[in-house]
Design a protein around this ligand. Structure first.
Ligand SMILES: Nc1ncnc2c1ncn2[C@@H]1O[C@H](COP(=O)(O)OP(=O)(O)OP(=O)(O)O)[C@@H](O)[C@H]1O
Ligand SMILES: [Mg+2]
Length: 225
């Protein structure tokens, strides 16, 4: 399906529905996610790297406001807010502070409700910073309070299963890796063989889109933004 048509007419994405993107490095996950996010009103993107290109581009192109620590400045009556939560990371020991700041922010966001969390590096957050349990709470509970997680990872096995089972919208880039195909093919009661074959046949920057609620399956290729 043409990307423009997919985005404007096909994709029905309500607040509280999670999005999970998987694809090896350079497959176009961040590019895709950045084109979904304008549909949400309150977005907190989490920056985890010292030089985080995703954060820089959100700040430059989409006017995200950079903060080093939650909360963002209050704007009375704001209808939307775009925040880049990007804790200081200049020395290796800063990971301790990074962990503390992101953990505290996620807890506040959970309590507040209504936000979309953009976690472009879920592996780093879940495994390296040890936040898998916290994200599992978001994936499993956040729907009722209208929190959306948009998350990406390079390998399917790097994510907790809830990243798939609790997400409504899945985007997978090409892979022929046997273990990846097994993991992705087994999700959501879909036809494993069809998914495996499709994943292997995708071209550069194409994604298989799976809607776990409607059972929709289609291929689309985002434009480069
Ligand atoms: N649909 C597309 N058409 C053309 N170029 C694209 C497309 N999607 C992404 N690119 C380009 O490919 C490069 C990698 O894209 P992107 O950063 O989105 O990949 P990624 O999956 O997020 O990689 P990583 O896992 O390393 O973060 C970028 O330079 C981007 O501009
Ligand atoms: Mg990326």
């Amino acid at each position: 399906m043409d990307w423009g048509e997919f985005l404007s007419r096909h994709l029905v994405w309500d607040q509280g529905e999670h999005v999970t993107l998987v694809g090896k490095t350079g497959s176009g996950k961040t590019n895709l996610a950045q084109q979904l996010l304008p549909q949400r009103d309150f977005v907190c993107a989490i920056g985890t790297k010292p030089k985080d290109e995703t954060m820089l581009s959100l700040i430059r192109k989409d006017k995200y406001r950079r903060i080093r620590e939650w909360p963002p400045p209050t704007v009375i009556g704001a209808r939307s807010q775009r925040i880049a939560l990007w804790p200081r990371f200049e020395r290796p020991e800063d990971v301790v502070e990074q962990q503390r700041v992101i953990d505290a922010a996620l807890r506040e966001i959970f309590a507040a409700g209504g936000w979309t969390i953009f976690a472009d590096e879920l592996y780093y957050l879940c495994r390296f910073l040890g936040m898998a349990r916290l994200f599992e709470v978001f994936w499993s509970q956040a729907r009722s309070i209208g929190i959306t997680v948009v998350g990406g990872a390079q390998r399917p096995a790097w994510l907790p299963l809830m990243a798939y089972s609790q997400a409504t919208h899945l985007f997978f880039a090409r892979t022929t890796d046997h273990r990846d195909v097994m993991r992705l093919g087994s999700l959501g009661g879909n036809d494993a063989r069809l998914i495996a074959d499709t994943l292997g046949s995708l071209r550069q920057y194409e994604f298989l889109y799976i809607n776990t609620v409607t059972g929709d399956l289609l291929i689309t290729k985002p434009e480069k933004r």
